[in-house]
Design a protein around this ligand. Structure first.
Ligand SMILES: *Cc1c(COP(=O)(O)O)cnc(C)c1O
Length: 381
């Protein structure tokens, strides 16, 4: 409990997100070390965690930003990302978001449909600003992850069908307001084997051959994000296997002369540096079960309720107490507001502090005020 004493002594009310800045910096260094001098550029996926403190650290380290809304573009600019290093993805960019991106001078629009390509071209023309674009192609790969976080299948709403790639390229060539910079892909999230990434690279090699045959050269190919983290043993595996990831990509992708590989890591950058710190409101003895009711709920950390995700929970106040079994639940009026069923934890008492680990990604960024609860605050250690 030593490391977090400072946070607790600061008087910050639970629940709150606690971020380990040192671990984030070590993670960023490991990414850079694993890339070495290979032609790879990382855009951090802001939706994983757009907290200003987090964004500033990542921008300071020279990473780009992958944004999915006008709000994220503004947050990224505010946190110090160079506009040219900001890419904008998303299936439903509104006219005003597209205009914002153009006026800010962002580096690329990742375009998700031929319809959108035409819309961006017409807004670019009316603003008098040429739009840099990449075509997001749906490679039809099953990343074997959770249904909701698989995005690279034909049936998903994301991306342009590979059959329409040449038509997308032609639209760009024929329109003076579009500048085609690359191809973009993203197959899913929390992917814990390298195989889906290797298959993606081979798929991309095929697409590049098709483009070669029509004489199209691209500055980059962007493989998206999706590298998973270890939610079961976060304390042993604090930093994801970036070396294996970049090695897998670079040994399978065939880059053209001068081409750069882009990727958009989100979860793997920030998940392990964040914990949700909460207190036990009370322990309720049920007929069959004991319920540990926390002051943190699904509005603070939605992943368990939304995806059935499980985060490791630790008792910070009495880590050496005898083990007991609990359903660990939040106070929100929904049965899905549950962080763990039959969790074995050192005995919990009213007022104890618990940490819900690996909560740095898709934690604070998904928080809401449901039940009119305040948004969780953050504390940087
Ligand atoms: C969400 C998203 C990412 C980041 O995914 P992670 O699994 O957090 O690495 C990257 N690119 C796109 C297009 C996304 O939608």
């Amino acid at each position: 409990m030593k490391a977090i004493d400072r946070a607790l002594n600061s008087g910050i009310a639970t629940p709150f997100y606690l971020y380990d800045v040192r671990l984030l910096e070590d993670t960023l260094s490991e990414i850079r070390r694993s890339i070495g001098d290979r032609p790879v550029k990382v855009h951090y996926a802001v939706k994983a965690n757009g907290t200003t403190g987090i964004l500033r650290i990542i921008s300071r380290e020279g990473f780009g930003a992958d944004c999915v809304s006008g709000g994220e573009i503004e947050a990224a600019v505010h946190a110090g990302f160079r506009p040219a290093d900001i890419f904008f993805a998303g299936v439903g960019k509104t006219d005003s978001e597209i205009e914002l991106g153009l006026r800010q001078g962002i580096g690329c629009f990742n375009v998700e449909s031929l319809e959108e390509l035409r819309i961006i071209a017409s807004i670019a023309e009316s603003c008098g600003i040429k739009a840099p674009v990449a075509l997001r192609i749906n490679p039809n790969i099953d990343a074997h992850t959770h249904h909701y976080i698989t995005t690279g299948l034909e049936e998903n709403k994301f991306g342009i069908s590979a059959d329409d790639m040449e038509e997308g390229v032609r639209i760009c060539m024929d329109n003076a307001w579009l500048k085609l910079r690359g191809l973009h892909f993203h197959i899913g999230s929390q992917i814990t084997t390298m195989e889906p990434f290797m298959i993606l690279c081979e798929r991309i090699n095929g697409y590049q051959e098709r483009l070669d045959s029509i004489g199209v050269k691209l500055e980059f190919v962007n493989v998206g994000g999706g590298l998973g983290i270890d939610y079961d043993n976060p304390e042993e595996n604090t930093i994801p296997p970036f070396q294996a990831y970049f090695d897998a990509l670079m040994s399978h992708i065939r880059l053209r002369e001068g081409q750069t590989l882009h990727c958009e890591l989100g979860r793997s950058v920030v998940a392990q540096c964040g914990s949700l710190i909460s207190r036990v409101v009370l322990v309720k003895k049920g007929k069959e079960k004991n319920f540990a009711v926390l002051d943190a709920g699904m509005n603070d950390l939605l992943r368990p309720a939304l995806y059935g995700a499980h985060h490791k929970i630790v008792n910070l106040s009495s880590p050496d107490a005898p083990m007991e079994k609990y359903d660990v639940v939040g106070p929100v009026c929904e049965s899905s507001d549950c962080f763990g069923i039959d969790e074995m934890l050192p005995r919990l008492r009213r007022g104890d502090y618990v940490a819900i680990l690996s909560a740095g990604a898709y934690g604070q960024s998904m928080a809401s005020t449901y039940n009119m609860r305040p948004l969780p605050r953050s504390f940087f250690l």
